[in-house]
Design a protein around this ligand. Structure first.
Ligand code: BYC
Length: 483
């Protein structure tokens, strides 16, 4: 590729009605179809996006190019004027299909006919999560703990909106009429709607307060990272290219979650040490989130996010892999044969009332494998969190529940399993569930702390200030303007 072509592929053209780096103006039909979808997207954003934002100016980052420095562009944006667009990392003409039956073939620039329906399904499932998360977070701005956090919420929201654009571009460009219909349906389903819900379970749960939001961005956005990383390996090159750019945005979302929970831990532990208190009721009386409640939120969000990996044993996942449409985490960097024809994988299951380890064909266990990769990364981050109580010489440590705890999808669905991983009767589970999962009164308590703090540099009582501001600005910076 010449240097000039490469630069062009990196740069995003903001003079267009739909900013893009895919030469949209060269394909008039596609451009018109997307220009017709655009006002419907904006209506959806207006109806179900963050409330009360039409007059705000928010200090947001906007991608100006898809290269490493493309993110350096920060400035005030009026929320309804945010420029959602279509950004793919540049095409590498030498890229190959790197796994499955087509390994070694040149990566596909068009959808192979035989894989059309599975690719469409994966793209729709991925696309559906993006607007769902915006819908789940719609009301959070009303109870933000600071301007810094409010700005981060809106940054996440606009980027999830752009991730919907990314999938809708693929549907319109590569799937003709069916794709356009799916693009409409993505704007019709609603998180939590009894008649027309979002596709995956977790995206129909409520994100009612900021503790739930930080947990969601920590646990569930990280599922997004792992699923996008698996799709970034796809032999269908446009999917790979768009997922690679989406991953650069995902990093900030996970940062919001990890640092948000760390700041809550910091604040609670600090007061517990200073006032020498440990009883959750005493902690709550200080207007803080007690550590047991934090642990129960971890148990809930971790377990519902594990469900997003699908069933541990899945013939769908095997088909996705052999056909070259969805790889493993970091597939290209793995050193095996990328075929898995005779490999085995060990996973846990329930057999005859007992928890057992069993070896199964690796091809069928790809959902479990991706989940295990995810869990390793989650555990490493939990270990980082645990340095905070350690620093304050408190005995408390966050402990991830067992994989089988509180599961609705896969091997463990229908079983009752304790936090430690012991199988139990439904009756015994019912007695102990409130110890492990947030109760209505936990939610009510957390909700009761959520007053709105919008004075620059001020933070709600229940959360510590972050270590530094956005884009190296001071914490007192006016990250959101209300005029
Ligand atoms: N809820 O064979 P199985 C993100 C269905 S998050 C409801 O195990 P498969 C983000 C399944 O569809 C990442 N239904 O499924 C994060 C199938 O239905 P049919 C999103 C479920 O296909 C935060 C049946 O059960 N991206 O980006 O192996 C903010 C049999 O299941 C669920 C993706 O997920 C569930 N949890 O695996 C914003 C990537 N799980 O065919 C964004 C694309 C399974 O019987 N999706 N089912 O009607 C996939 O790769 C796969 O669809 C899954 C499921 C891994 C999700």
């Amino acid at each position: 590729m010449s240097e000039a072509t490469e630069l062009k592929q990196h740069a995003i053209d903001y003079s267009q009605q739909i900013p893009n780096n895919v030469n949209l103006s060269n394909d008039r039909m596609l451009q018109r179809a997307l220009e017709q979808w655009q006002p419907r997207f904006l209506n959806w954003w207006h109806d179900t996006g963050p409330v009360g934002t039409s007059t705000l100016q928010v200090y947001l980052r906007t991608a100006v190019s898809v290269d490493r420095d493309g993110w350096a562009n920060f400035g005030y944006v009026r929320m309804p004027e945010y420029r959602w667009g279509i950004f793919l990392v540049p095409q590498d003409e030498n890229r190959k299909v790197n796994f499955g039956d087509h390994k070694g073939e040149t990566a596909w620039q068009e959808v192979p006919g035989e894989y059309r329906s599975i690719l469409r399904r994966i793209i729709v499932t991925q696309g559906d999560t993006e607007p769902a998360s915006v819908e789940q977070q719609k009301l959070l701005g009303k109870s933000c703990p600071s301007l810094y956090d409010l700005r981060n919420l809106f940054q996440v929201n606009v980027e999830e909106g752009r991730h919907l654009w990314a999938m809708v571009y693929l549907l319109h460009r590569y799937f003709g009429r069916d794709g356009r219909e799916e693009g409409e349906a993505l704007l019709q389903r609603r998180s939590g709607d009894a008649n027309n819900p979002r596709i995956l379970t977790t995206f129909n749960e409520k994100t009612a307060n900021w503790l739930a939001y930080f947990m969601f961005t920590f646990f569930t956005d990280r599922d997004g990272k792992f699923q996008l990383a698996a799709l970034a390996e796809s032999g269908f090159d446009p999917l790979s290219r768009t997922c690679r750019f989406m991953l650069t945005e995902e990093a900030h979302h996970m940062f919001v979650g990890e640092s948000g929970i760390a700041r809550i831990l910091q604040r609670t532990c600090e007061v517990m040490r200073d006032r020498d208190i440990s009883d959750p009721a005493q902690v709550r009386a200080q207007g803080l989130i007690d550590l047991d409640t934090l642990q129960r939120y971890v148990n809930f969000h971790y377990s519902v996010t594990l469900d997003l990996f699908g069933a541990e044993i899945s013939s769908n996942a095997a088909t996705f892999f052999t056909s070259g449409v969805k790889g493993r985490y970091k597939e290209t960097g793995l050193t095996d044969d990328h075929l898995l024809a005779s490999d085995q994988y060990v996973l846990q299951d329930v057999e005859n009332g007992r928890m057992v380890d069993k070896s199964v064909p690796a091809l069928t266990a790809l959902n479990a494998r991706l989940r295990d990769d995810y869990t390793r990364e989650i555990q490493a981050a939990v270990d980082r969190w645990n340095r905070i109580p350690e620093k304050f010489e408190l005995a408390f440590r966050i402990k991830l529940p067992h994989l089988a705890f509180h599961r609705k999808i896969g091997n463990f669905a229908g079983h009752h399993v304790s936090h430690e991983g012991d199988l139990m009767s439904k009756e015994a589970w019912d007695v102990r569930a409130a110890e492990w999962l947030p109760s209505n009164s936990d939610h009510e308590f957390v909700d009761s702390l959520m007053g709105r703090v919008v004075e620059p540099g001020k933070f709600a009582n229940w959360i510590a200030a972050p270590a530094r501001g956005i884009n190296n600005l001071p914490l007192e910076f006016e990250y959101v303007r209300f005029d």
